[in-house]
Design a protein around this ligand. Structure first.
Ligand code: ZN
Length: 182
């Protein structure tokens, strides 16, 4: 990200919106927005290899489920936040990963311009690529502020997306879904 360019662009945006960008409340806004984007998009161009390659050997092949991982991301269609919870379930093939590493993986893929479907898919693909489990199932539940604060304004409406890779039977999926059902 070119910070100076973003600062200039946000100033231009305020101008274009008819605002006085020199007034007290706005004069530092371009810099603040640039700093916010630097953090919100910090996962762009990264992968989660360093997190997911810290594994422990296991003989146990039972499913591992990490549910309710909080995330926030930025919708690439409106540059507005969407946020919610992600659940990751996988069936190990000799290796498991520390639970905090799954949360780090979620950060890598959520801190960039995203759509929810791709976020869900990329997490599943990265786990398959690096950890190489027998199968993985990722569920994402999110509220999109571009829907709840504008447009159809359906406050509280949630969007669900799922991604399955490898061997992951319907019985196991049902088990995971029953865990996250409220
Ligand atoms: Zn949107």
């Amino acid at each position: 990200m070119d910070r100076e360019k973003v600062i200039k662009a946000i100033g231009d945006l305020l101008d274009a919106l008819g605002e006085d960008k020199e007034r007290e409340g706005l004069k530092d806004t371009p810099r603040r927005v640039a700093d916010a984007y630097a953090e919100l998009l910090s996962g762009a161009g990264q992968n989660a290899e360093e997190h997911l390659s810290r594994t422990f050997d296991t003989k146990c092949g039972d499913m591992v489920v990490e549910s309710g991982i909080n995330f926030s991301s930025t919708c690439e269609h409106h540059l507005m936040p969407f946020f919610g919870k992600i659940t990751i379930a996988y069936i190990p093939d000799g290796k498991v990963v520390g639970l905090s590493k799954l949360a780090r993986t979620v950060d890598v893929f959520s801190k960039r311009l995203q759509i929810q479907e791709r976020l869900t898919r990329q997490i599943a693909e990265e786990i398959m690529r690096v950890l190489k489990p027998k199968g993985v199932f990722v569920c994402c539940e999110a509220e999109h502020t571009c829907m709840t604060c504008r447009g159809v304004k359906k406050a509280g409406s949630l969007t669900y997306t799922y991604s399955t890779l490898g061997e992951f039977g319907q019985d196991k999926k049902n088990e995971v879904l029953s865990l996250i059902k409220r």
